[in-house]
Design a binder for this molecule. Structure first.
Ligand code: SF4
Length: 447
């Protein structure tokens, strides 16, 4: 089955009966009624409410909106490609590149491309895909992957980047921000000029008009999408907005929550291919319809990828983005990864959470992240996805008993304290205790 057919049938089948349509709580009109009064930061509560309701509407009508969006795009001469998974998306993108006999592509930041691991796939097929977002450029040079969805090289200091540039590009070592930016600019300029393919993500796709809206701060997306003759835009199927009038609210929310700006430095509106160029839009499912079918967790698809939940997450701030094992870190990653890859694969993630609730209270589209995480924990335990061992069950039973009886609890704590004191002096460590202690230093005893 082709990707387009799969996507159509899959989304249509989801909406038989009540399905995700029951998600919508108000009409689109009443959701956007708030918009006319909400142009100062004091109206934050209304912004969130409107944004949440509009995204709910999108999820409730994704089948209709997708068809409308595709029709609009095709009427403008855009070639639309639908891919049900990463494999299909990569293969179809490779076909386009081969049709144009291209060997070099420049790429703006796109989380979908990270999801499908596009760069590695192209590299294994002899095509160079050069990241042009500064953070992504640094991460690609270092041979690692982004640690944050908005600021990919957040984990590196300026001096580490200077050393990387010296080692990989033969540039003089510098820790000056301006100098580092100039080096990247110099390195990338020739790539923009000579590349035949330009990749980008899409922040919002407007169903009503078939417009692609792409936000950025560096100007690299403008160059990546206008300099090469072929532009390939990759987009998750949930990134739709019904109407153009809904967009200002989301542009405002995305920039403020993502980077603390009123608006990103550049906002591109792509309405079809420019003369003499070709435009492809690759609509990627890759687990999204699976998430949409799960009524308990489908609201995670409201996410606009602002990154605010991870900035506010005390666990993310300690462990960084890589610890979450896949592309999406932080509270968003916990829920989305479990939905897209399946809780059987990502069963550990819901436990990487302190349940402080900071994420749910600030999410601009009102995703109830902390409660979704709690429900995922319940699912992991109920489904016993990780083959819970008898020892673990006994341990939790003991803890549960102790937590309900204060004298037992105090005695347990006495032994824990004793254990912490003697553990550093143990000549041997075993099993999980060894793995745990290898990565940690226990506090020294106070003299
Ligand atoms: S879940 Fe909410 S806060 Fe987190 S990235 Fe998505 S929209 Fe932003």
């Amino acid at each position: 089955m082709t990707g387009a057919k799969f996507l159509k049938e899959k989304t249509r089948s989801l909406y038989k009966g009540d399905g995700p349509r029951s998600l919508v709580s108000t009409s689109l009109q009443s959701a956007s009624n708030n918009l006319s009064v909400c142009w100062t930061i004091e109206e934050w509560i209304q912004w969130r409410q409107s944004a949440s309701e509009i995204k709910r509407y999108v999820l409730s009508n994704l089948d209709i909106l997708l068809e409308q969006f595709i029709e609009q795009l095709e009427s403008k001469g855009v070639k639309v490609i639908c891919a049900k998974d990463a494999d299909e998306a990569n293969k179809k993108i490779l076909e386009i590149i081969n049709q144009h006999n291209a060997k070099l592509a420049v790429k703006g930041k796109s989380m979908v491309s990270e999801e499908i691991d596009l760069n590695h796939f192209l590299e294994s097929n002899g095509i160079t895909s050069c990241e042009t977002d500064l953070g992504e450029f640094i991460v690609q040079l270092s041979g690692t992957r982004p640690s944050h969805i908005v600021t990919p090289a957040l984990h590196l200091s300026a001096s580490e980047i200077g050393k990387l540039f010296e080692e990989k590009l033969g540039e003089s070592n510098s820790a000056g921000h301006e100098e580092l930016t100039k080096i990247a600019r110099r390195q990338l300029r020739s790539k923009f000029i000579s590349s035949e393919i330009g990749f980008s993500g899409v922040n919002f796709g407007i169903a009503e008009t078939g417009t692609l809206c792409i936000c950025e701060n560096e100007g690299n997306i403008g160059l990546s999408t206008s300099s090469p003759k072929v532009h390939i835009a990759m987009m998750g199927i949930e990134k739709l907005l019904p109407r153009l009038v809904d967009l200002p609210l989301f542009l405002n929310m995305l920039a403020r929550m993502g980077t603390g700006q009123r608006l990103t430095s550049y906002t591109h509106f792509v309405n079809g291919p420019a003369a003499g160029t070709e435009l492809y839009v690759v609509l990627v499912d890759n687990g999204r319809t699976r998430a949409l079918a799960d009524s308990e967790f489908s609201e995670i698809l409201k996410c606009i990828r602002c990154g605010l939940c991870m900035n506010n997450c005390p666990v993310f701030r300690q462990v960084g983005g890589w610890a979450y094992g896949w592309i999406y870190p932080g509270p968003l990653g916990i829920v989305l990864t479990s939905e897209m890859l399946g809780i059987e694969t990502a069963w550990e993630l819901p436990f990487a959470c302190s349940l402080c609730g900071a994420c749910g209270s600030i999410c601009p589209v009102k995703i109830d992240l902390n409660h979704l995480i709690l429900k995922q924990r319940r699912n992991v335990i109920e489904k016993n996805t990780h083959g819970r061992k008898l020892t673990e069950t006994i341990m939790w039973k003991i803890f549960s008993f102790g937590a309900r009886h204060q004298y037992v609890f105090k005695t347990m704590m006495f032994f824990v304290r004793l254990g912490i004191r003697i553990a550093p002096y143990l000549p041997f460590k075993f099993g999980k205790l060894k793995a745990w202690m290898d990565g940690r230093e226990l506090p020294k005893r106070n003299k």
